[in-house]
Design a protein around this ligand. Sequence first.
Ligand code: TNX
Length: 533
Amino acid sequence: MYIKQKGTYFIQLIAVIAIILQSSCETRTPKDLTKENIIPKPVSITATGSSFIVNADTKIYFDESSRELERNGQFLADYLNEAGSLSLGTESVSEAPQAGIYLSASANNDQLGDEGYNLEITEDLITMSANNPQGVFRGLQTIRQLLPAAKGSATLEIATGTISDFPTYSYRGSMLDVARHFFDVSDVKRYIDFLTFYKMNVLHLHLTDDQGWRIEIKSWPKLAEYGGLTEVGGGKGGFFTQDDYIEIVKYAADRHIIIIPEIDMPGHTQAALASYPELTCDGQAHLVASLKEMSSDYPGLYTGTEVGFSTLCTSQEATYKIINDVVRELAAITPGPYIHIGGDESHVTKKEDYIPFIERVQTIVKSHGKNMIGWDETAQSALQPGGVVQLWHNEEFAKEAVSKGAKLIMAPAKKAYLDMSYDSTSRIGYHWAAYIEVDEGYNWDPSTYLSGINKDDIIGLEAPLWGETITNMDDIEYLTFPRLPGYAEIGWTPLENRNWDEYKLRLAAHGKRFEAMDIDYYPSARVPWDSVK
Ligand code: TNX
């Protein structure tokens, strides 16, 4: 018995010595926080020239006054555990610890706003403080970017110093078109992961178009069950059940990202018309005589890529009854403040019908407690307070929107469309608006893009990825990377701190991160990928 106990003591002693040795053997490499490649570039950074080492003993603490911080802490723990093959947990505390990583949401600092954060890194302690958990979460993305790109690193070292950071625009989004080709829940989650890493906060889902209706509507089930049967090229299509959608919304909300659902109308509605011909004025949705590429399996469904040939019948009550049901069901499962009603390219809707249609739909959206967003054509209608117009093409409409008191989302196709090819050699994408090489996508600013429009008129920017030419995740990645980080930086970093020649070096360093995330990016010749060791 005694001998056995002695043995146990001996083993414990060895273990203690091993721990002491291990920590003293962890030599710190001098690190310069200002030289780290953070995208979007933080507002201010000061370096103190040493490092914090994450190891098996590191504790992640969160201020007990906010339970939401626990989820943030767990997000960081999961990331560090994967990055360093560790098994760290989280712990709540009532005051700041002496050592470890500490998350606090009580910064009470007006300058930081809703999403800013202060990060202080010493050799012993990392303190992340923000006004709320959302700001802490954005700051955690900075910590991720201060860690080595490759997973399973032997040492996780983070440069010491301080970062104070907050975004220029409150709306920093991307749009994914799941209507032209359907993408499933796991693809959408992966897309949300991309937005998360670059501190973006909006995913706009283009849920309906001529080629497919992708969201279950319980009161009008054929919209998705029939309207979702196919896609561009005649593939099998698909749709999200409301439970799928709720899962996406939750995954996004856990990352402090809102989902904006778009039901495009009155044009871009062939899939809806084919599902419920009572939405047309003559009940003849099956006959779109001018078009080739009508599905041979499913009457009325369209598998080509033309735009502007379909319209809901705006002059009958049945149309508004269905729209009201669709918006009601969608609003009930969408916690974000907006419903996007499309409104683009309604070439076969007469203008005198289009304008009152948008106004009526806007009232429906309001009646379900949401604000309307529409593409720039919707600026021709009277806009209610809280309305938002998304510039894609017509600058005069954007100005009209501002003159009517609406705010703008800037998504100019020539600069921000992720479905535009990089150049004539790109294997997919369109170029009707422009070829957009990586520098061209970066070198513009929402506040100076339109004369007479100021920063105060703009809530932010969006990079839409239309889906005609993309059929799988590799295609999404190829068009999205490496341009997406640039849009994230335009939305976050003050214009005076942005400069392509400096940015391209940081972007080059992210090549390793894309590889670690298994992202199939376009290796643009304008980015000096090899400049990074
Ligand atoms: C125009 S942009 C469209 C979409 C197409 C896109 C392709 C906008 C509001 N409408 O229907 O998918 O071009 O680039």
